[in-house]
Design a protein around this ligand. Structure first.
Ligand SMILES: Nc1nc2c(ncn2[C@@H]2O[C@H](COP(=O)(O)OP(=O)(O)OP(=O)(O)O)[C@@H](O)[C@H]2O)c(=O)[nH]1
Ligand SMILES: [Mg+2]
Length: 212
């Protein structure tokens, strides 16, 4: 497994590189690897094997260098027949992509369980995107776009239907949409930390005055 880079690595221009750790989850054979490899190489290879890897991919977005660390996970069920991200994966990830196949209802149910688990463990704010893959197989559709959208709405996730086999564009949009969500979440966390700092300083001053 490739280990992610440290979060304070600088770009060639000396600007702080933004590191974002993305965990790709979903049932078996839904196209997790196809989506990841499409984003990394723009290509659809067809067969990917059972490999679990963290890939590193550098891109420039709006003049800022972004380093995506993408954990393409393997699906494995536990004794209860469910599969969730491990604690290590949950802690590591800044953003989550839940993939299902639009022609496989069972994979939609797996995505639902995994999203619910994320919300239980990390709360409502963890940036996440639900992706219905294999859109090229519309004639075999088993999950409507509306169902996907409703699940996303109910679980505060972004939503997209794509075809890793057919186009690069949809996959690119998916990763960029997640990047937007991660950036918003980091900015909100920074603002909240700043406000907490102000509140602490103000209460320290007033607390001191009251004691005098
Ligand atoms: N028609 C079609 N086939 C796809 C698409 N994406 C992936 N596939 C095929 O679906 C199969 C599974 O794709 P993978 O990317 O290996 O799926 P995975 O989710 O990584 O599977 P595991 O790693 O085994 O859990 C392969 O045969 C792919 O060629 C798609 O958008 N359309
Ligand atoms: Mg795979």
């Amino acid at each position: 497994m490739v280990l992610p880079l440290s979060s304070n690595e600088k770009s060639e221009r000396g600007q702080q590189k933004l590191q974002i750790n993305v965990l790709v989850l979903g049932a078996g054979h839904v196209g997790k690897s196809a989506l990841t490899v499409r984003f990394l190489t723009r290509r659809f290879i067809g067969e990917y094997g059972d490999i679990e890897t963290v890939y590193t991919h550098n891109v420039t977005v709006d003049g800022r260098e972004i380093c995506f660390n993408i954990w393409d996970s393997l699906y494995s069920q536990n004794s209860k027949g469910t599969s969730h991200a491990s604690e290590q994966q949950m802690c590591w990830a800044d953003g989550f992509i839940f993939v299902y196949s639009i022609c496989d209802r069972a994979s939609f149910n797996v995505a639902r369980q995994q999203v619910q688990r994320l919300r239980q463990v990390k709360g409502g704010r963890a940036p996440a995107l639900i992706v219905g893959n294999k859109r090229d197989l519309r004639h075999r559709r088993a999950v409507s776009g509306e169902e996907g959208r409703l699940l996303a709405l109910a679980s505060r996730c972004g939503f997209l239907e794509v075809s890793a086999a057919e186009t690069y564009h949809g996959v690119l949009v998916a990763f960029h949409q997640l990047l937007g969500l991660v950036r918003e979440s980091k900015a909100a966390a920074k603002k909240a930390a700043g406000l907490r700092g102000i509140v602490r300083s103000v209460s320290a001053v007033f607390g001191k005055r009251r004691a005098e």
